[in-house]
Design a protein around this ligand. Structure first.
Ligand code: IMP
Ligand code: MG
Length: 423
């Protein structure tokens, strides 16, 4: 029963990624044709590879039509909701690498999955960035990407050492998180492992270390690494220095009216969806959140975190979005509503804007381009319920599913970059 529940849940159209789904369908044909005979894995591998070669050409054709004409590419006709590509994607080379690791074409019973394709696309993206040798900015989501959901970067955090290697290579690093705190203390305590590792390193200059920033509240608060007497901390950068004029012009009354509406929706949905009494609504300057709270378990004798139903979380996000779509004050600004796995937030701004701000912050004269930027995150489900989704408007992306996958991705990226610099 529970596996059927999971399967049906993932079949919901708003959870699907149309491009990944389309690739999955293409691969299902050779899978069915060859899965009846033992020893057919080389044929399966060959057919899968041909499909990826074709996809690669379709992406290149889309890239050239994006630049040269207003007409639709073949890929846009085949996958109407497909987004913008900023680089070519060597998906056939990536397929060979991933087939080697994941034995995709050896499987007779389980066809290529969403995760297989997600890994192939991630590998293709980092291969391409390494080949082009022009990665200037890499941004990371926080929860689930750098540390466990609600967790912190401890001294043992493996991504921290990889981030330091990137900084040593003069690549700018931004942590673009929805978590919004207007002073640095909470970021410093959640990222203390990275701070302590950085301050201990004397093989990297302060100038290189200062290429580390945090963009908090999606696009609302900017901090930069700094050191005083060998002690690392995050220095808050004044808004006037980095906030685009168009965003400074958003009126306080529109922001407050938007957040008031969301807060009232949360209150009425808490009642209509029969959410536990402990569920709390948190109001901040640029965000409102609905969080599960805790209850005292008399059997265990301690406080236990509540878990909200997935369906309830999604119902809330979709309701808020449809209310805001019709709300005039919200139409004069940008906002981002998402389901964070066990909470729902509506932030003023968005991670697409957060990345654009960093692209200009690091180089005000010649801002870093989307094809020189990679965002790594866990929330890419389409139709608005995920906060990394919009980063596809400003950068190349990699969709990971756990902090360990981020570490693996960074290891691969560093290997590919080293190989290419030696060529
Ligand atoms: P991210 O994955 O790093 O973008 O962080 C998302 C999580 O940060 C959410 O699911 C919340 O649990 C937490 N969070 C804390 N403060 C805020 C806020 O002001 N806006 C949105 N999310 C917040
Ligand atoms: Mg996340």
């Amino acid at each position: 029963m529970s596996s059927r529940y999971r399967i049906e849940y993932h079949l919901k159209s708003h959870r699907k990624d149309a491009f990944i789904d389309w690739i999955k369908n293409l691969l299902s044909v050779p899978f069915v044709l060859h899965s009846t005979s033992q020893g057919s894995s080389s044929k399966t591998h060959f057919d899968y590879l041909q499909i990826f070669k074709n996809i690669e050409s379709l992406i290149d054709e889309k890239l050239s039509t994006q630049v040269t004409s207003n007409s639709k590419s073949r890929l846009e006709r085949l996958v109407p909701t497909i987004g913008t590509f900023f680089t070519s994607l060597p998906v056939s080379e990536a397929f060979i690498i991933e087939d080697n690791k994941r034995a995709i074409s050896q499987r007779l019973m389980v066809s290529p999955s969403f995760n297989d394709i997600r890994h192939i696309l991630n590998t293709a993206q980092i291969l391409q960035l390494a080949k082009a040798n022009n990665l200037k900015l890499i941004t990371f989501d926080g929860d689930v990407t750098l540390y466990e959901d609600g967790g912190s970067m401890t001294m043992e955090n493996k991504s921290a050492t990889r981030i330091i290697q990137l900084l040593k290579r003069h690549i700018c690093v931004g942590i673009v998180t929805a978590a919004g705190y207007d002073d640095s203390e909470l970021y410093e305590s959640r990222l203390f492992g990275l701070l302590r590792q950085l301050e201990l390193r004397d093989d990297i200059t302060l100038e290189e270390k200062q290429k580390l920033t945090i963009m908090g509240g999606e696009s609302n608060f900017l901090f930069q690494y700094n050191e005083i007497n060998g002690h690392g901390y995050f220095r808050r950068i004044e808004e006037a220095y980095w906030m685009p004029k168009s965003i400074q012009e958003w009126s306080i009354s529109d922001i407050n009216a938007t957040l008031d509406l969301v807060e009232n929706c949360f209150k009425s949905l808490k009642i209509s969806l029969k959410l536990p009494d402990e569920t709390k609504i948190i109001r901040k300057k640029k965000a409102v959140g609905l969080v599960p709270g805790e209850f005292y378990d008399t059997e265990l004798g301690k406080n236990i975190k509540l878990f909200l139903q997935r369906e309830a979380l999604e119902e809330i996000v979709l309701n808020i979005q449809s209310c805001l779509e019709l709300f005039e004050p919200a139409s004069r600004l940008k906002f981002s509503c998402f389901d964070g796995g066990n909470d729902v937030w509506c932030d003023i701004g968005g991670k697409d804007i957060g990345i654009q701000i960093l692209q200009t912050f690091y180089d005000p004269e010649t801002p870093i381009m989307p094809f020189e930027t990679l965002h790594v995150g866990d929330q890419f489900a389409p139709i608005g319920s995920a906060n990394d989704f919009k980063t596809r408007l400003s950068s190349c992306t990699s969709w990971i599913a756990s902090p360990q996958e981020t570490v693996n991705l960074l290891d691969d990226l560093l290997v590919y970059m080293t190989k290419n610099s030696q060529c």
